[in-house]
Design a binder for this molecule. Structure first.
Ligand code: NDP
Length: 343
């Protein structure tokens, strides 16, 4: 029996695929083109347990039906990770809201139509974004936990790219929980959602270091390439989790019964540009005197002043310690410098 993972080329998904293969799962991944499939297969050394299929656009009607029909009787686990993650767009509806919702709708209906009798577990990569009120994220009186829901309406989602992305994750996740309830007599799978905050950490493969990098890692990449007089951006701040922990949570969610029906809020700590700069300046002599220093010791890591969260339930359920910001930043920066032959 196999695991199906959508969006296998993604930053997070590649780590999940690596951990699945390390644990001897047979993996079927979807990617958007043959070129991307060829590259990814080569990166995973043509591992015989990895098969890739083309799903060009998760937004299109019945996007996953053909793949699920092809592997009828063979898929036991489904991981849905693919969803657009960026903020710049001229058309929030088309670029963010529709693919997120349709992608979730399409994959769940493909299971219902072609694999209802074999799929036992579905894990959806949702987001902290589905849990927070984005207008109050920096408000110390705003509290959220695993039970919280982003209150954004469809109309409010169209205000800007950040509202649209965060709402896209809420609408997609909500659809999934409603689907489970509506079809409970026709399916046998249980659902878990993984809700990470900003995900940092190295790419699965050094050659995936690009400029710009994927949306979350670009926060660190931008600082590695800053100059001494670049201003510290006081608005770039939030909470962080390492990509290896995110992948691990997906694997546990597939297998552990205690995670059935849960929304796992993955947060290790707060961060901002100052706390990342402190780590880079302390740990990378090659960058000393070349990048911004700011005011060491005054960052969010020591001094988070925004929203309060409680993810103690998730930590207790997962039973592993999340990697700290220092480890995540160090490994991300080492990989960038190694790739650029600056170490
Ligand atoms: P990436 O941009 O690296 O990965 C996104 C994946 O989705 C890629 O495989 C991409 O394909 C695929 N995809 C996007 N749109 C479509 C589409 N219309 N049709 C088919 N495939 C599509 O992002 P991440 O790995 O960072 O994100 C993965 C998931 O994690 C997303 O659901 C995101 O919302 C969620 N998440 C990410 C966080 C983060 O900080 N990174 C935080 C919280 C949640 P391609 O490679 O071809 O572009």
């Amino acid at each position: 029996m196999s695991v199906f993972i959508s969006g296998a080329t993604g930053f997070i998904a590649q780590h999940i695929v690596a951990q699945l293969l390390e644990n001897d799962f047979k993996v079927i991944g979807s990617v958007r083109s043959q070129e991307k499939a060829d590259k990814l297969l080569k990166q995973f050394n043509n591992n015989e347990n990895l098969t890739l299929e083309i799903v060009k656009d998760i937004s299109l009607p019945n996007a996953f039906h053909e793949v699920f029909a092809k592997y009828k009787g063979k898929i036991k686990y489904v991981l849905h990770t693919s969803s657009p993650f960026f903020f710049d767009s001229d058309d929030y509806e088309k670029d963010l809201l529709i693919p997120a919702l349709n992608g979730t709708e399409n994959i769940l209906n493909a299971i219902l139509d072609h694999a209802a009798d074999t799929v036992e577990r579905v894990v959806i990569t949702s987001s902290e974004a589905a849990m927070i009120d984005i207008t109050r994220y920096f408000d110390p009186t705003f509290f959220y936990d695993e039970n919280s829901w982003n209150p954004t309406s469809h109309e409010e989602a169209l205000i800007n790219g950040v509202h649209a992305y965060t709402a896209s994750k809420k609408f997609a996740e909500k659809y999934a929980w409603d689907f489970i309830e509506e079809h409970k007599n026709q399916i046998k799978f249980a659902l878990t959602t993984v809700n990470p905050c900003n995900v940092f950490g190295p790419q699965q493969f050094d050659e995936n270091v690009t400029s710009p990098m994927n949306t979350s890692c670009e926060i660190i990449n931008k600082l590695v390439h800053s100059s001494v007089d670049t201003k510290v951006d006081r608005t770039t701040m939030g909470k962080f989790i390492d990509v290896r922990d995110v992948a691990k949570a997906h694997l546990l969610a597939l297998q552990n019964d205690n995670l059935i029906g849960e929304r796992l809020l993955l947060i290790s700590s707060g961060f901002d540009e100052q706390s990342i700069l402190d780590i880079i300046n302390d740990d990378f002599p090659a960058l000393k005197g070349k990048i911004r220093v700011g005011n060491p010791g005054t960052g969010a890591l020591q001094n988070w002043k925004g929203s309060i969260h409680d993810n103690s339930k998730t930590r207790k359920l997962l039973r592993f310690e999340f990697l700290p910001l220092k480890k995540s930043v160090d490994d991300t920066v080492s990989q960038i410098l190694r790739h650029e032959e600056k170490l």
